[in-house]
Design a protein around this ligand. Sequence first.
Ligand code: GDP
Length: 451
Amino acid sequence: MVLADLGKSLTKAISSLSTSLTIDEKVLDECLKEICKALLQADVNVKQVSGLRNGIKKRVNIEQLAAGLNKQKVIEKAVFDELCDMLDSGVDPKKVELKKGKDKTSVVMFVGLQGSGKTTTCTKYAYYHKKKGWKPCLVCADTFRAGAFDQLKQNSTKAQIPFYGSYTESDPAVIAQQGVQRFREEGRDLIIVDTSGRHKQEAALFEEMRQVAAAVQPDLVIFVMDGSIGQAAFDQAKAFKDSVEVGAVIITKMDGHAKGGGALSAVSATHSPIIFLGTGEHMDQFESFETKRFVQRLLGRGDVSGLMEKIQDVIPEDKQPEMIENITKGNMSMRVMKDMFESVLEMGPMSQMMSMIPGFNSDLLPQGNDKNSQLMIKRYITIIESMTEKELDSTNIKMLQEQSRILRLARGSGRAPQEVVALLEAYKHYTKYASQALKAANLPKNMKNMK
Ligand code: GDP
């Protein structure tokens, strides 16, 4: 089960409560059964699933819930809190956040098995920080894999990030030390050290990691794990954690077919926070991870902060406050909706982006791949483009839904009337949920202050 499916199953289980006339112990048990089934299918460990079930039961005492209380809301909140607890490492991610300081250099060492996406992630991490004003650089301390040096060099050249490595030196600890020293002298403030992920023996791999760590004295060790490894995740994460001082985790390959549950839940058991997710092969397919945001998105409630972070990258700063204000007030015109769609198209993988938009849950997305989602958004934009100025600025959904108008818009855009109806339906959901979510998020007017 891929992650989007997990979200869908969880949402379905919870929303099934709304169709029950009364919510009693039996209905709750049925809902919990569905939730547990979905989590197990997503590779979450049996013990954790049973812990989550008991946790929810403890939080929701059906018999004692006061009459008049919205039971579905209480259950929904308990599911949300328990999922957050399950993914919470107990360590505040802020503790492992790099601190920028004058004359301060942070050294970050990456560890993980070969093929986990470690080298790709080193560059993504460097690029992410470069965009935030850091002066990152990369050191290749992987002497085991022949292509590692070239791969990292190629990536760093593409991202225009300085690089250090050697074709001749065979001791990874020596290369790492030399590279770190060189970049310290050059005044770089973030030095990223990539290490080997494979050895003939596991013991030798861990020994090498310890030697590199001793040579470079990292401020942070990041463990990179493939999101699709399922139940094996726990043992793998634990083995790394026991060998080096892992401070944080990045899970890769959360796009595509990753079930994710195994990796996500395993790291919480090893007391290291997940700080980023890799969501594709490209440099910018990299998202900061925050448990509550992630669970919100999983349950189809959108991820406003994540979306805003992305929007910051593509919408001119002077347009941002106006856009936020309009959305918060629920006064979103079709013109703003079009802006939003266009930004989303620029931002990268559609399903990821759309899942961040509150109210745009998976049911409003076409099934299938990103291409379908992109196509759907493009069609919506075509329909919006055939609207009159008055329609574009209107926030009156009833007026927009007039039969004759729908038919005219369909003719004008060359699309089917059903597609116009679907757009208006999406618009209705979007304005409602986005406004609610933004109000709840209490965002500052200027998104620059969001961090
Ligand atoms: P390493 O051996 O751990 O250094 O792994 P690499 O960085 O060489 O990555 C192994 C493969 O995984 C490469 O083909 C990468 O392009 C791919 N990869 C890395 N991260 C991601 C990701 O987040 N999503 C997807 N789809 N592929 C990834």
